[in-house]
Design a protein around this ligand. Structure first.
Ligand code: BJ8
Length: 431
């Protein structure tokens, strides 16, 4: 009999116009998947209890916090991209939440409207709103969309019919004129957030928010550095889970809990406590983000006896590798510095995107990985094509490399398992 349960809050869900019956089935399935993937792991750090509780309360207490914020007039903004300037939302007293987009369960809802052959993340996200099966979607003031990839930007036009969707234009180059446009877009977003919050953001508000976000990113950097230790003191699955929770937990509370975990991991390193078998292959993942609850690749790789030590991904290092300069003053200068910070994120939607290729190799070296699995969601043209450059760089650097293109279904699981096992054997010969 299952001990783990994601708690049900049917009354709250009903008040949010959720399809309660359907959502409750999904809740049970998610709880089972979580128990199987995470709670079955041996020798987990004690501090993971907090993150387990975040999953237990995934559809309850955090949603209540969002609703309470809205009652106080604080904006709650949903997003699917790390280009949202979160500091502006926090500075207005608001909350930024990453919306669900990592589940096969909502894809059929989207396919009633959207074409089948587009990215599963976009379909999953749209399906959660269309099917009314995500309380986060139901609790937001508006959704922040961006013009990164074609699938997203055209879907925002349709999503806007279901929930107010604000679109920020993200240029696809980083020339001075692109950055000038981007700065204007950041200013316009600030005006939008101020309108919803009913207050003007002051320099002090923004400076405080920048500190909060920098601190959160530093905590994630600390965790990532600990994962690079050989042997690593925490599994890749738990590392990914924390990176996923980063998108919806309260940032200050989350930062404290990540630091508490890091202190425990430092002690484990000293005590030589590890989660991996001796000589387990160390794998770095690169590529498209893995939104909650996409644990497919991590389950397969760690299920085959390896350990994942780094995610070069937006649910990973692209979210936290860059900080904003805290010494900048004056609203205009701060907004410019903020834009500069976001323009460091090397999404494959940019061209040229040499920085990302360099970053992948750098993270491989820093993480002490034995090989890279480059992962792209199906039909993601930019990551799929940039795969060629990542592969060439790995060939030049002598880095063992494998590419996987997949979706959220379980149809390719057997085939992927075989390919991953063969790759891990190749790594084992080199260890
Ligand atoms: S900054 S990676 S979070 S856009 S996988 S939906 S790109 S077709 S998620 Fe992304 Fe922002 Fe870039 Fe990061 Fe489109 Fe590709 Fe799908 Fe994607």
């Amino acid at each position: 009999m299952s001990k783990f349960e994601i708690k049900a809050y049917p009354e709250m869900w009903r008040s949010l116009d959720i399809d309660v019956e359907r959502f409750d089935k999904a809740r049970k399935m998610l709880g089972e998947a979580y128990e199987q993937s995470f709670l079955s792991q041996k020798n987990r750090p004690q501090s993971m209890v907090y993150f387990d509780n975040m999953i237990t309360e995934l559809h309850g207490s955090r949603i209540q916090e969002l609703l309470d914020a809205r009652k106080e007039g604080r904006p709650v903004i949903g997003t699917f991209c790390v280009y949202i300037p979160e500091e502006i939302v926090l500075a207005a007293g608001g909350i930024c939440v990453g919306l669900c987009g990592g589940s096969q369960g909502s894809v059929p809802d989207a396919e009633k409207t959207l074409p089948r052959n587009i990215c599963p993340m976009v379909k999953s996200a749209y399906g959660f709103k269309a099917g009314r099966i995500c309380p986060y979607f139901q609790a937001v003031d508006f959704v922040y969309g961006e013009t990164t990839c074609d699938a997203k930007k055209k879907t925002w036009e349709l999503l806007d019919h279901l929930v107010p969707t604000y679109v920020m234009e993200i240029p696809h180059g980083k020339k001075p004129r692109d950055l000038a446009l981007w700065r204007e877009e950041v200013k316009a977003f600030k005006v939008k957030v101020e309108e919803v919050a009913g207050k003007e953001i002051t320099e002090e508000d923004l400076a405080t928010a920048v500190k909060v976000m920098n601190n959160k990113r530093k905590a994630l950097q600390r965790l990532n550095a600990l994962r690079h230790h050989t042997p690593t003191p925490i599994s890749g699955k738990d590392g990914l889970l924390i990176e996923q929770i980063a998108f919806y937990d309260d940032p200050v509370r989350f930062t404290d809990k990540v630091h508490a975990l890091c202190a425990e991991l430092e002690q484990r390193i000293e005590d030589k406590v590890t989660v991996q078998a001796k000589n387990a292959a160390r794998v770095m993942i690169a590529g498209t983000p893995m939104a909650l609850p996409n644990w497919k690749l991590h389950n397969l790789v760690e299920g085959a006896g390896a350990v994942i030590v780094n995610e070069e991904s937006c649910v990973g290092t692209r979210y936290f590798k860059d900080l904003m300069d805290e010494s900048v003053t004056g609203m205009d200068n701060m907004l410019a510095a903020l834009t500069d910070r976001y323009s460091e994120i090397d999404c494959s939607c940019f061209t040229p995107n040499d920085e990302r290729i360099i970053q992948v190799v750098k993270e491989f070296r820093d993480s002490g990985a034995d090989g890279i699995i480059n992962y792209s969601l199906q039909f993601c043209h930019t990551y799929n094509i940039e795969e060629v450059r990542v592969r060439r760089a790995c060939e030049e650097e002598g880095i063992p490399y494998m590419f996987i293109e997949s979706d959220y279904s379980s149809e390719d699981t057997g085939q992927l398992r075989t390919r991953i096992e063969a790759f891990l054997e190749q790594l084992a010969d080199r260890i």
